[in-house]
Design a protein around this ligand. Structure first.
Ligand SMILES: [Zn+2]
Length: 274
């Protein structure tokens, strides 16, 4: 299996170099797809069995080329979908509607927000239950791979700042914003990690009462338990962290990149290969 990972990594780096300008933002192969699809690669690179006919060694099959595997594709959140681009809604109606239309067309209609004609499906009907960091959570099925990519990145890179989450929260059926805003939790594309340990000092009073908001702190990182490495991992794969926002919502990630580009497909890899 090591050979399969190495081959997948080499292909992915090649793909990245042509699509991303930041060299360190490399794609990461997800364990499950690699394990499932890399078997032919491993078989191709393994030593032939002793009883294999001699002629097959002389003339190997033309399919000896490695089979490309799907891998996580680093993305950045679209700027126009980031909260600060469309608030206050009262004076940025067009900007807000543009973001609302993207969410509706991509993830489904939420009654009361936007127009039903933008998507015949309801966002709540596209939600699935999944397990992340060993914890259950329900989110929109389109963003599950992105969360898994962040999880794999964390497992691979955050060992020096260990953190064990206790509670996750995804889909919601009530809008928790006021003044015309619409939370991404309604679409199932937002994820909260440990609300009691990662504060939201700009939110409602209930959250402002957190001891993390009372203490003296020079940076936002001192108002949360989650390590920065986790934020970096989520941001690498298209999530926006609301800790950057005036809300200082450090528990909250929302997927604001392209759900159709979460994975580098074999087709894309093959096109990018030299
Ligand atoms: Zn949230």
């Amino acid at each position: 299996m090591r050979a399969a990972f190495a081959i997948a990594g080499a292909l992915v780096v090649g793909a990245c170099a042509t699509t991303a300008k930041v060299p360190e933002r490399r794609a990461r192969a997800l364990p499950p797809p690699v394990a499932a699809s890399a078997a032919p690669v491993e078989a191709a690179s393994a030593a032939p069995p002793e009883d294999e006919p001699e002629e097959e060694e002389v003339a190997p099959a033309p399919s000896a080329a490695p089979t490309p595997v799907a891998a996580c594709n680093p993305q950045k959140a679209f700027q126009y979908l980031i909260r600060s681009s469309y608030i206050p809604v009262k004076t940025k109606k067009q900007e807000h509607e543009k973001a609302l239309k993207w969410r509706t067309t991509q993830y489904g209609y939420v009654k009361g927000f936007g127009e039903a004609s933008w998507n015949s499906k309801l966002a709540k009907d596209e939600v699935v239950a999944t397990t992340v960091f060993g914890l259950p959570v329900s989110v929109h099925k389109k963003v599950v791979p992105a969360i898994k990519c962040a999880e794999a990145e964390i497992k691979a890179t955050c060992g020096s700042t260990p953190y064990t989450p206790h509670v996750l929260s995804g889909i919601r059926d009530k809008n928790t914003y006021r003044a015309g805003e619409v939370t991404n939790h309604l679409y199932g594309i937002a994820l909260d990690i440990d609300p009691l340990l990662n504060s939201c000092c700009g939110c409602v009073k209930k959250w402002q009462a957190s001891p993390l908001c009372k203490k003296k702190a020079k940076t936002i990182w001192e108002r949360m338990s989650m390590p920065k490495c986790w934020v970096d991992a989520f941001e690498k794969y298209g999530f926006y962290w609301l800790g950057h926002d005036a809300l200082m919502d450090t528990m909250h990630f929302e997927f604001l990149a392209d759900p159709d580009q979460i994975m580098v497909t074999p087709k894309v890899i093959a096109a990018a290969a030299p």
